[in-house]
Design a binder for this molecule. Structure first.
Ligand code: FAD
Length: 145
């Protein structure tokens, strides 16, 4: 059995906002829990960046399922890697609204850390997306402490 982490980006369809995705995530968290999927989903400026972790076959099926969801489009696969340790083990799916993600300073730090000047997953390399999501998760954990 192989555990993988898959990262992709997409564009929200017009009229679809953060609230829709909180509703989707309510359902998704049940499914993800059954499928032993963990991850993080960041929404900002009409775009999504999501990491899905779990058994390879299960993650692939879920990604293909999500990619045909009509609430978003232009899914771009950024990376798929075998992993020993999950980065988001404590979350069935952590949803972060980037426009409300911490202070201006902490957002700037996160972006600097990933080498980006603003949140645009379309412009991120696989490494930048991965660093950005890990940094976001670390910031969220600090908030929860
Ligand atoms: P159902 O009516 O329950 O299923 C219909 C059919 O779809 C099933 O018979 C099966 O063939 C197939 N299917 C359902 N669930 C899965 C699955 N998990 N893997 C493979 N095939 C399946 N949903 C999640 O579950 N987890 C997420 O992390 C997630 N992230 C999302 C991120 C974004 C940006 C968006 C837009 C959507 C996300 N969704 C996620 C929602 C997902 O796209 C579906 O809306 C949700 O899974 C319910 O699908 P459904 O109504 O077709 O399910």
């Amino acid at each position: 059995m192989h555990t993988i982490r898959l990262i992709y980006s997409s564009h929200a369809r017009e009229g679809v906002g953060y609230r829709d995705f909180l509703a989707i995530m309510e359902k998704a968290s049940e499914t993800n829990s059954e499928l032993k999927i963990t991850g993080i989903l960041c929404y900002g400026a009409g775009k999504f960046l999501q990491a899905l972790e779990g058994e390879r076959m299960v993650v692939n099926a879920l990604y293909h399922h999500i990619s045909v969801d009509e609430r978003h489009a232009h899914c771009q696969l950024l990376s798929v890697e075998d992993i020993e340790v999950r980065d988001y083990a404590e979350w069935t799916m952590k949803v972060v609204d980037w426009s409300h993600a911490g202070s201006v300073d902490s957002r700037a730090l996160l972006l600097d850390g990933s080498g980006m000047t603003h949140f645009d997953p379309d412009l991120m390399s696989a490494a930048q997306a991965s660093r950005f999501l890990r940094g976001l998760a670390a910031a969220e954990r600090e908030l929860l402490e």
